[in-house]
Design a protein around this ligand. Sequence first.
Ligand code: NAD
Length: 469
Amino acid sequence: MSDARNGSLDGRTDADPLPTISVVDPRDGTPVGTLPCAAPAQVRAAITAALSSARTWSRTEPERRGALLHEAADAVEQHAEELAELTTRETGKLADDALGGVRAGVGTLRQYAELGPVHRGHSLRGGVLAADWTVPEPRGLVVALTPWNDPIAVAAGLLGAALVTGNTVIHKPSERCPHVGRRLGEVLAGVLPEGVLTTLVGGPDVGRALSSSPDVDVIAHVGSSATGHAIARAAAETGAHVVRENGGNDPLVIDDDVDPTWAAAQAALGAFANAGQICTSVERIYVHQAIAAPFLTALTEEAARRDRDGALAPLVDRRLRRAVHEQVTQALEAGAVALTGAVVPEGPGAAYPATVLRDCTAEMTVMREETFGPVAPVQIVESFAEGLRRAGEGRYGLAATVLTGRLAHTQQALADLSVGTLKVNNVFGGAPGGSAQPRGDSGDGFGYGPELLDEMTRVKVVHVEMPAG
Ligand code: NAD
């Protein structure tokens, strides 16, 4: 039986005082606010509410659920400025970027509002008078565990797909942006029937209580690989279906036939957007020796410009800053050279400069692990083939980018790289509504796009024949 059902969260019982989460603004260290974490009784109540509203919600006409999701999108749109401002205060995301994330979330809710009612099964003829058809059904109770780096956009996808297919949902937003998560929950709950969506504030202990509950049918986790593995282990006990969209260590491979200044702009965008706090950020760079010198000069200039122009968000908190700086320091000790950045700034907040490291090697943590900071570690390679070989190393398999004008090199990358997404000549390319299957330690299943509707449902096969005579 789960912790939550036993009335404890990691040993915490209803009799214990509620722990709280305090958030400070990563831009200047000023307090944002303090919220109490969900008590064991609230976790139990959320599960009970989700179970008791499940039957009615699953039998609500798909078209009606789609209409309600459109209303939910309207409500989020009406609160877009407020949600974006909260996102900036809790995570440090630049204002435009934060608003873009909320608008992306609205768009995703609308996509699922339209796709949900036309989500369908298949049919198969077994004989002249025999046919099989498949009917999708909701899986039941979905727990969505979401991160802080794009809180509204990510949550909107999981919640939209789960709700429109007739599941009831408990959402546990990141403990690094609990005010954003709670406010989103209030806005959505104002539109949806009672019990269909509950938002719980809390840390990993609340996530663990939910993901170990035998009443939960799907755990949809977007977050770190370590957490994803822990959730997969918990779900192995309960039998819940798991969707994991986890960390990455995405390589960028640069061929000798591209413009080095353009390649540097691509590398800077990939490594420094949202201060490198994007799952598909460029995490390591392999540049062909023929263009390495002008590339490094242009990348260093791009990095310095971003610092100068205030175009760089801070890191989410000092805990992450310590981890990023530790990787950079280790690399410098092991022989890397900092062309810019690599120094923790004075003053309040959690800023970290755009950092370019050259002479990096495969042994360095900054090349092997996800850094999640504004760091561009570069290794110069003798050929595109060597770059591809190095890009293929490691335990992650989220995405990779190649910059090349040669079709044969693109085909080679497609054949050699074991990743969910291969991007050719654009570090953040991709159609809206697209989705991919991460590999290795980067996760499992479709966390986005129309395919997420399949993850949130299971099909029943109906086999029909004529009665005798
Ligand atoms: P995280 O895994 O620490 O937290 C995500 C959620 O899981 C939070 O709500 C957290 O409280 C909960 N959680 C933590 N430990 C848990 C446990 N043991 N059991 C159940 N729930 C638990 O991740 P984070 O630090 O918030 O987010 C950053 C990570 O997310 C990065 O690795 C990034 O690459 C990844 N990410 C991936 C994608 C993607 O689509 N692949 C998108 C965004 C972020």
